[in-house]
Design a protein around this ligand. Sequence first.
Ligand code: ZN
Length: 293
Amino acid sequence: MITDVHTHFWAPEHQGPPWTDGIGRVSRTLSADQLDLVTSQSYAEHLGPAERSIVFGLQAHAAGIVVPNDAVAAFVRSVGGRTVGFMSVDPVRHDAVDEVERCQADLGLQGIKLGPVYQGTSPVHPQYLRVFKTAERLGLPVMIHQGAIFANAGRLADSVALLLDDVAIAFPDLRIIVAHMGHPWVYETVVVMRRHANVFADTSAIPSRPTVLATALAAAKEYGVLHKVLFGSDSPMVTTAGAVGGLQSVVARMQQIAYTPVTDEELHDLLHRPSFELLGIAEPAVAPTKGRT
Ligand SMILES: [Zn+2]
């Protein structure tokens, strides 16, 4: 069973500049107006081979994107039972902690999507730490975009995965997923993962940069954390099937030329990782359909 831990929901009305100035650059094959609307139908088409998924919006005022959590919850209901929703909060806002509590209690959202650099801040800013503290207390995993971004918001110096070492030291029970394996700082990501049992990473988006992905997978294997690398696509920028194919082709090339290639069995395990269980996420309300993988 494939679990896609990294998929987006948004609509045009949630997006403004500088986000809209840059989104056309996130895909080499799709234009901005092919990317800025996710519907339940387009989402189902994109999800293809995945039996379970995590979907989220993003709230980042500095980057010009604010997807209401109520809209995410409504979207989760509209796509049916194989998807769980994560909330997003902007830690710069005074009510961020209240919003986390509301989204868990009232909307049933099961984790938090965060992106400090998109939000113009740092994951070790005190405003951020109160959100991590709340997430740890409530048992909510956090998916954090800690890596380079296309939008002109924040400082790249605040987007390096090494900063998450401080977060993991302070909040040892908090489950953290580093999106995109912290690209391009993949070594920083794997050494943080090695020190902290509750720090994971996902493969979303990086198959389009095969050198980065191959480096990330080899580094994860050499540092003994490949078992904590989760599969994700980054839909709508890439379909789940496209992300699987990208991983397969990079792994096949690694098997020809890499010092530390990923084996077919390790790739199979990555694609079929029990990510919900690892992250402490409850099953979707309706059992997923069988036979998709
Ligand atoms: Zn993403």
